[in-house]
Write a protein that binds this ligand. Structure first.
Ligand code: SME
Length: 156
């Protein structure tokens, strides 16, 4: 379980010191991945300017061929199309799924958003089935919200 409160505080300190979203996005991914052995792959995708594709910003885990994902495609693209976080307990039952590694069994997507404005998402894979909990989602949402604050500030 990640210590989201600590991570959010550290990210705010980075913002206070003048760090931009690029640094925060990398810091968040690195710390989420380091905090919990359940997560075999942790990454951030950002929505392109036209809102049509997710572009991989940074990740920890095996290299993936899914550097760009159209909105609506895969679990990642579906989360954006539905404007909703997704918790997928068994990826083998997903028809709309893009495999990153054959060992992945469950996946969670948490949106980085300011209200209706979606900036991107945190995407996590696990090699255990049904790995992700409501507590994970709440903690990851707090981290995602802090990322959204910085991304929104940079787009003003
Ligand atoms: N599984 C995701 C693709 C991203 S990779 O897991 C890194 C999907 O179905 O959209």
């Amino acid at each position: 379980m990640i210590d989201a409160g600590k991570l959010v505080r550290e990210m705010q300190e980075m913002r206070d010191d003048g760090h931009l979203s690029d640094a925060l996005l990398r810091y968040a991914v690195r710390n989420i991945a380091a905090d919990d052995d359940r997560f075999s792959w942790v990454g951030v995708y950002l929505l392109d300017g036209e809102g049509k594709e997710l572009w991989l910003h940074n990740y920890i885990g095996s290299p993936t061929e899914h550097a760009k994902i159209p909105v609506g495609t895969g679990v990642c693209g579906r989360a954006v199309a539905e404007a909703s976080n997704l918790n997928i307990p068994d990826v083998s039952k997903e028809e709309n799924y893009l495999a990153c590694s054959p060992d992945v069994q469950s996946e969670m997507v948490v949106l980085i958003r300011a209200g209706a404005d979606i900036f991107g998402q945190i995407d996590l894979d696990s090699e255990e089935p049904d790995s992700f909990t409501d507590d994970d989602e709440a903690g990851l949402q707090a981290v995602a919200d802090k990322l959204a604050e910085q991304l929104a500030a940079e787009r003003r």
